[in-house]
Design a protein around this ligand. Structure first.
Ligand code: HEC
Ligand code: HEC
Length: 225
């Protein structure tokens, strides 16, 4: 009798803790498998290098799709291809789940790109700050409203008011992503270098954007928390 009671209470304890233990177990495996990614993407998916995207908090479905596309070559990325090649689908799922439950880090306050206005006379700190503020405002306007005359769609429609993306549709979250990465990837959509998206949606949008639009909207998005 005592033995029987003991078994019952143990299984009750197990049952109540099972959900979280299972989730932790799964992400624990994902974390281990993501060890080789940490050098570029940071241990918790918060890369500190502006050219390497942050993965923390990104939707699992989106991450998984990109990993498969790196492996198949549909998304052309020389650095990522050999890494994805070594992953089977289960590992991809586990790694994607691990990153998706991490919290994305905030970016430091942006500075103007150094290549800005090479020939112009040296600006004062105040002028630089005003220029930066205007650029970010311009980016915010494009993000929320698009550009009707140039037929650029409003980003907010798919990526959400806080650039949190759309989980069920696997539209990526963009907030707090590095501006440098956003500029690079939007330019890749524009040139067609990155083309593994349904109906080439982002290519259609990015081709209508000027380099100035791309810079402005990327700076804006990088400041969203
Ligand atoms: C040597 C540096 C490096 C390593 C190591 C690395 N990555 Fe990457 N990763 C990149 C770069 C650079 C990109 C951007 C590729 C591009 O668009 O050209 C990227 C992009 C990605 C993306 C797409 C992100 C997005 O927002 O679209 C995912 C997902 C990803 N990496 C996962 C991984 C995983 C998982 C690993 C480990 C198995 C890994 N990476 C290891 C450099 C690296
Ligand atoms: C009609 C829906 C839609 C609209 C509008 C849209 N996007 Fe996207 N965006 C997507 C989808 C879907 C993807 C994922 C593409 C893929 O699977 O590779 C994406 C991907 C991206 C990425 C790549 C994210 C990463 O981590 O690599 C960036 C950056 C981006 N969009 C920026 C923008 C900006 C800026 C605008 C507004 C000018 C915009 N998008 C408007 C649907 C949209």
């Amino acid at each position: 009798m005592i033995k029987k009671l003991l078994t019952v209470s143990i299984s009750l304890v197990l049952a109540s803790g099972a959900g979280t233990a299972y989730a932790q177990g799964k992400t624990g495996v994902g974390k281990e498998k993501a060890a080789s990614c940490a050098g570029c993407h940071g241990e918790d998916g918060n890369s500190t290098m502006p050219g390497f995207p942050k993965l923390a908090g990104q939707h699992q479905g989106y991450l998984l799709k990109q990993l498969k596309a790196f492996k198949s070559g549909e998304r052309n990325a020389p650095m990522m291809a050999p890494l994805a090649m070594g992953l089977d689908e289960k590992s991809m799922e586990e790694i994607a789940e691990y990153y998706s439950v991490q919290k994305i880090s905030k970016n430091p306050a942006p500075a103007l790109p150094v290549d800005e206005d090479d020939d112009a006379p040296e600006k004062t700190e105040e002028q630089k700050q005003t220029q930066l503020k205007n650029l970010i405002e311009q980016g915010g306007d494009l993000y929320r409203n698009g550009n009707i005359s140039r037929e650029v769609s409003a980003c907010v429609a798919c990526h959400g008011p806080y650039a949190e993306g759309n989980k069920p549709a696997s539209y990526p979250a963009l907030h707090s992503q590095h501006a440098d990465y956003l500029i690079k990837t939007l330019s890749d959509f524009k040139s067609g270098q990155r083309s593994n998206n349904r109906e080439n949606m982002m290519h259609m949008i990015a081709t209508k954007m000027t380099d100035e639009d791309i810079k402005a909207v990327s700076y804006y998005i990088s400041t969203l928390k």
